[in-house]
Design a protein. Structure first.
Lengths: 509, 443
């Protein structure tokens, strides 16, 4: 019998003919940011970063989880278009922090911070100038006592106070048989200007990422939960109907069982068809889910296109370690401003797992015009073999080019400045609502140019224990003009607004 | 961070194992000794089932191999001090005589504790941080159990002997061809066999674009000959002609999938036994045996004997099955059905990433059932709650063969095997078991 050679390495390979414009990165680690994510077993997961403007200077500041060590809050002191520089800020140096998400809970115009911990979770009310106070008591928030490893927030219809979902991990008191000991996730719903006692989201399966998303483009935001199959029994990925009594989407409703080492979620409507694609990080495999229901129906059924589109990121693309990868934070952003969302994935061995790569580089996958991805971390200068966990893609120096931040286990965070010469154009969009839900969480922003339509859902959640609340960035390529509109969380749409390249658009009502 | 060594040194093991234990030289009642030994064996095996599930290299063939060596370790550790037991040395391939005991008192619970602590650390040196932590907790817990009321000198001597037996078996195992697993068992490069009849990848998982463990069939076996009588006739001749037998068997899988009852779906899931999500098919049969021990209060020497024989059986079954799989290299139903019958067809279960013929679950289930029938009887009824934690109900079987036949049929319900793979797999398993049943474990 003859044999034919199988094309095994369907990695996103750095072949550059007809490929997207290559961004250039310069590593500028060490200029301020110094918080490693430390700790033993209870800190093998987590290690997130919150990126938001805590001092109203229009530059993204950073809060970094420190695990057993102190967390760190850093003021961004970078000059416009200059090197990335940060300065530590006193306060928020508590320990046992696994991650954090920024949001304006009380809609007072000052961003607050949901701090997830091993132990009691804290809601830190923003006071301005990067000062915070613990608001658990004032807001009736029961921080519990668990190993919290995921977070998401939404404003449910008719509510002037957010609903928070907290994902929890293993019962940390279990030693010999921790498997099957996943503890309950919690839903903190509003009660007046505060929170009711948390509602257990049973069954819970060791969530490592969650996000409220209008996945069906129906105006209804359900809770998508990615779970770590290492520890659950009888578990799977989950989608909760957000009803008065939350209930799971069932197989009878079309939900298709998927069991992975779920670690992170990135969501983006990559093809502007009205439905989010979801990238789910895992070990030795990652999923790029595209909605694929039977004709004429909108059911939560997805086809995995990671392999087909070169986005598996399943093993290191360089460095000589060919063992399978371990992927954590994931985020879609347009790093070369060509009008197509690219994909940043943070990697790192759980700890001394010899069957998985120890030298496991982060991925920066650029999206081609045909929807496939090409690996560019090394050729763009953003290569790292540190043991990554959380991260962020954000414009730290206000030059219209997205920079990179990675939180590492036992090592300081790394940052890379986007130094691309003459990239495509961009616009940023800030949403502002009077009254409640000031930042319009749950809205969709649309940007259109002659290059096509882009859509992104505004969410709090996802990634791996890492969130951000910033002006939303859109690359527009060579377009000389863009049009922008918002579909507000209640479904009403704004008019289209014209924006020239480099414009910061404010849409408010 | 301090790392757990894959192979703890004998010195550190003895020091750690004896720390804090109340010491006495008084002889213990035999029943108390037996209970301690049963606890040691039973709880290590419960952890073993978990580690099989949670260690990335543990696909079903690899799991079967470790079940075999761990069972043989427990059996030989006891056999060195029990004249009623007959060592497997000289019976199974390449196993030299095991270390003899010192001419002084030993405690069987401590012997087992020494052997299994060392063996678990060895075979699961690559498990993750949670597994390492669990093994450390189990070592501490069971050392206290094993050494309760045992004199320090007896405990130390016994633990050391168990360790020595385990080390000898570990050394033996290192040369069987299955000790090193890379890339979770998937080769980094692989040449597909050309032609429409042959296996092609069925998964969108990147590492599964090559088949699992294509050389596993070359591994040394325990009881069956290197080139033996358990091969299979070729599968049906490939054809896309709707009048052909091959088309008919594919149509049977397709039609069955379209008319599955809830009970058939339950059977498919009950025997699905996916790696990384369950203790795997070999672990399912070990789980059945552990449940029987718990129900019947089986003596510890009998437990070790049965675990050793079952482990070798399923390990040999997988080696033989893999020989056949890569000899015939048949495509999976999902490939054929989408190509010829219905391009949008989805089987109930995930299709395993390796050739179809014969069914591995069928082969190893028939081998396990045949051996257990030979050792425990034909009409040996039992309840199987292996997947209770997963929410699947307990199933009752009137005998082992009934369970094996259901396991084979489940692969048809799951849409991952043709009938011939299941039926011929059962026959192959019987053949393997016959060789294991020739081994003598009693003097």
């Amino acid at each position: 019998m003859r044999k034919s050679l199988l094309p095994l390495l369907a990695l996103a390979s750095p072949v550059w003919a007809d490929d997207p414009a290559l961004p250039q990165y310069v590593e500028e680690t060490g200029h301020g940011l110094a918080t490693p994510y430390q700790g033993e077993w209870q800190y093998m997961v987590g290690g997130g970063a919150a990126v938001f403007d805590c001092d109203a200077d229009a530059r993204p500041d950073v809060f970094i989880a420190g695990g057993e060590g102190p967390a760190g809050l850093y003021r961004n002191v970078s000059e416009p278009a200059g090197p990335l520089r940060f300065a530590p800020v006193e306060g928020l140096s508590e320990t046992a922090v696994t991650g954090a998400y920024p949001l304006d809970i009380d809609s007072d115009g000052l961003t607050d911070l949901a701090v997830l911990r091993v132990g009691e979770n804290h809601l830190m009310r923003g006071l301005g100038d990067c000062r915070f106070e613990n608001a658990n008591a004032a807001w009736g928030f029961d921080g519990g006592d668990a190993w919290s490893t995921a977070f998401a927030a939404t404003w449910e219809a008719g509510q002037d106070w957010p609903t928070l979902a907290v994902g929890n991990y293993i019962d940390r008191k279990e030693e010999a048989f921790p498997w099957g000991s996943c503890t309950d996730n919690w839903l903190h719903r509003p009660e007046g200007r505060g929170f009711a006692p948390p509602l257990p989201l049973t069954p819970s399966f060791c969530a490592l990422s969650m996000v409220f998303s209008d996945w069906s483009n129906s105006g209804s935001r359900d809770l998508r939960v990615s779970n770590d199959r290492e520890y659950y029994k009888g578990g799977q990925e989950q989608l909760w109907h957000m009803e008065a009594a939350p209930r799971l989407w069932s197989d009878k409703e079309g939900w298709k069982r998927l069991r992975i080492w779920g670690m992170g979620i990135a969501a983006r409507d990559l093809d502007a068809d009205g439905f989010n694609e979801f990238f789910l990080t895992s070990m030795a495999d990652n999923k790029l889910q595209v909605l694929n229901p039977p004709a004429g129906k909108t059911l939560p059924q997805y086809a995995d296109q990671a392999f087909k589109r070169g986005a598996t990121a399943h093993r290191p693309f360089t460095g000589g370690d060919l063992r399978p990868s371990t992927a954590w934070h994931a985020q879609f952003e347009d790093v070369n401003n060509d009008g197509r969302a690219d994909l940043f994935v943070v990697k790192g061995n759980v700890h001394a797992m010899p069957d998985f790569a120890q030298k496991d580089p982060n991925n920066l996958m650029l999206q081609r015009a045909d929807g496939t991805f090409v690996e560019a971390a090394e050729v763009s200068g953003a290569l790292s073999f540190a043991n990554g966990r959380g991260g962020a893609v954000a414009d730290f120096n206000a030059d219209g080019k997205l920079d990179l931040l990675v939180v590492n286990r036992w090592e300081p965070p790394q940052v890379w400045r986007n130094s691309t010469q003459d990239p495509g154009g961009f616009v940023t969009v800030t949403l502002r609502q009077a009254g409640t839900n000031r930042d319009a969480i749950g809205a969709w922003v649309e940007v259109r140019t002659e290059g096509g339509l882009q859509r992104r859902e505004i969410t709090v959640g996802g990634g791996h224990m890492s969130g951000q609340l910033l002006p939303w960035h859109f690359g527009i390529g060579a377009a000389e003009m863009a049009e922008v509109r918002v579909i507000w969380p209640d479904g009403s749409a704004s008019d289209w607004v014209q924006a020239q390249p480099g414009t910061a658009v404010l849409l408010e009502r | 961070m301090a790392r757990t060594p894959a192979f703890p040194s004998r010195r550190s093991f003895l020091q750690g194992g004896l720390a804090g234990v109340a010491l006495t030289a008084l002889p213990l009642p035999a029943s108390a000794t037996a209970r301690r030994a049963e606890q040691v064996l039973g709880q290590w095996y419960q952890l073993l089932l978990e580690l099989i599930r949670h260690t990335a290299t543990y696909s079903p063939p690899v799991a079967a191999r470790s079940f075999a060596y761990l069972g043989v370790t427990a059996f030989e550790a006891l056999a060195t001090g029990n004249p009623a037991l007959r060592s497997l040395s000289g019976q199974v391939r390449d196993l030299a005589p095991l270390p003899a005991r010192e001419a002084a008192p030993h405690d069987e619970a401590c012997v087992l504790q020494g052997a299994l602590t060392h063996a678990m650390a060895a075979y699961f040196g690559n498990t993750g941080p949670t597994g390492q932590r669990a093994m450390q907790a189990m070592e501490k817990r069971l050392s206290t159990v094993a050494m309760e009321g045992v004199g320090q000198d007896v405990a130390a001597r016994s633990v050391a002997h168990g360790l020595a037996v385990s080390q000898a078996i570990l050394d033996w195992s290192a040369g069987d061809g299955g000790a090193v697993i890379e890339n979770m068992g998937f080769p980094m490069s692989y040449a597909l066999t050309e032609g429409p009849a042959h296996w092609v990848p069925t998964s969108t998982v990147a590492v599964q674009q090559a088949p699992l463990l294509p050389t596993w069939g070359q591994n040394r076996t325990f009881a069956i000959p290197e080139t033996g009588p358990c091969g299979l006739p070729p599968p049906l001749a490939y054809s896309e002609d709707p009048a052909s037998d091959f088309y008919a068997q594919a149509k049977e899988v397709y039609d069955t999938s379209k008319a599955l009852t809830d009970e058939q779906k339950l059977i498919a899931r009950f025997w699905s036994d996916d790696p990384m999500l369950s203790p795997t098919p070999p672990g399912h049969w070990v789980s059945i045996l552990l449940q029987i021990f718990d129900r019947d209060g089986t003596p510890v020497d009998r437990q070790a004997e049965l675990l050793a024989l079952l482990g070798m059986t399923i390990s040999d079954a997988f080696v033989q099955c893999w020989r056949s799989k890569f000899e015939h290299d048949l495509l999976r139903p999902v490939t054929y059905i989408r190509r010829v019958i219905d391009p949008k067809w989805e089987p109930l279960l995930n299709t395993p990433p390796f050739p179809e013929y014969p069914s591995g679950h069928s082969t190893q289930s028939a081998a396990a059932a045949t051996v257990l029938e030979g050792l425990l009887g034909q009409d040996f009824a039992f309840d199987d709650a292996t997947h209770a934690d997963e929410g699947l109900p307990t199933r009752h079987f009137d005998g082992f063969w009934q369970a094996a036949e259901e396991a084979a049929l489940s692969r048809m319900y799951g849409g991952i095997h043709f009938r011939a793979a299941n039926e011929n797999g059962l026959a192959q398993g019987k053949c393997v078991a016959a060789h294991v049943l020739e081994l003598k474990t009693r003097a």
